[in-house]
Design a protein around this ligand. Sequence first.
Ligand SMILES: Nc1nc2c(ncn2[C@@H]2O[C@H](COP(=O)(O)OP(=O)(O)OP(=O)(O)O)[C@@H](O)[C@H]2O)c(=O)[nH]1
Ligand SMILES: [Mg+2]
Length: 394
Amino acid sequence: MQIKCYSAPDMRRALHQVRSVHGPQAIILSSRRVADGVEVIAADEYDAALLDRLAAAEGGDVSPLTAGKISPAVAGSMEPSGWNADPAIAQLRQELTTLRGLLEAELRHSAQARRSPLQARLAQYLEQLGLDGGLITDLIGAVREQQDLGVAWREALGTHLAARIPIADTDMLADGGVVALIGPTGVGKTTTIAKLAARFVREHGARHLGLLTTDNYRIGAHEQLQNYGRMLGVPVQMVESADDLRMALAALSHKRLVLVDTAGMSQRDLLLGEALGSLQGVALRSYLTLASNAHPFMLDETIATFGALPLAGCVLTKLDECPALGAALSSVIRHRLPVACITDGQRVPEDLRVARARDLVSRAAQQVCARAPHGAARVATAPLATADTVAAHA
Ligand SMILES: Nc1nc2c(ncn2[C@@H]2O[C@H](COP(=O)(O)OP(=O)(O)OP(=O)(O)O)[C@@H](O)[C@H]2O)c(=O)[nH]1
Ligand SMILES: [Mg+2]
């Protein structure tokens, strides 16, 4: 059974597409309104099991809707209202959407497997990294035709994935100036500021560092940074407004580096972020802090929200708690957001590293290996996943 999804500005044009591919006997499995029109899922064969389930949910007979039988006038009534407002139908639609996803993935794999078994296996391994589908297709397209899976894997990761990861060309500490960490709640901003501060103090001394926090409206929130500041011998100043911040930065202008910690995401922080970005004559760089173990939707939404501000790059945190780094890598690649540094633990200042594409790739590869407890996957990925083999290829 061939199932395909069609998108068109309206139902009439969607059905035209369905008929031209599957013929007049095409079965319409579902239709729904989407942002830019309608989406229709159609099949070219009768699926008795599926229709039995529909019949059971309807409490009677359900005939397959065929594209040939649907007139343009009726097509309008198939838009998601009325008949499919029924919860049972809504549940079926949900199941069909899931089924569609599974079938599409399966079809993609089997089409690919027919074309090239090696590419199909490579795609399966790349999926285990957590990379998104578009990036996987891109990587597979870039790998040269060859017979050896190991060579293809190393080339896909060491050469092509590594080359696509944007890395910040500025050094958060060595370049000095004013560095602010912004981002959602609990992603590790304050801890990372403390790590950066401790590293800087170790290399340059406490007197060249300034510490500011905008996190002044949550009870006790600033104490976390105050404690770190005390340990390092650097006073922490709280600022309440953009004006405060401007004055504080003017007062700290003789410092080689000023680190600014902010509170978690809220409209207030965004406004403050805009104020940070609009400060003229200040060498300020804002870095978005992203928890690498966050859901891909969350990562995309965060980048979209904070991307409205001028960002110098991002910090990827919690790599130690991230089961598949590919999701975060896919997000920064898709949004072209350079990674400046990574954190992989709670220890201050040990668990902080300057970002390197090869290191990120080999961490991602090692996760695949670690997740394959034994058997074929482990055997296949173990020699591929070590930092040396991937890095050597880059
Ligand atoms: N495992 C792990 N935990 C981390 C890492 N970085 C920070 N954390 C922990 O994450 C928690 C939140 O860290 P914070 O630094 O307070 O996060 P924040 O972004 O400042 O949070 P808000 O100020 O509430 O927005 C703390 O328990 C940290 O110890 C990391 O790289 N790995
Ligand atoms: Mg904080």
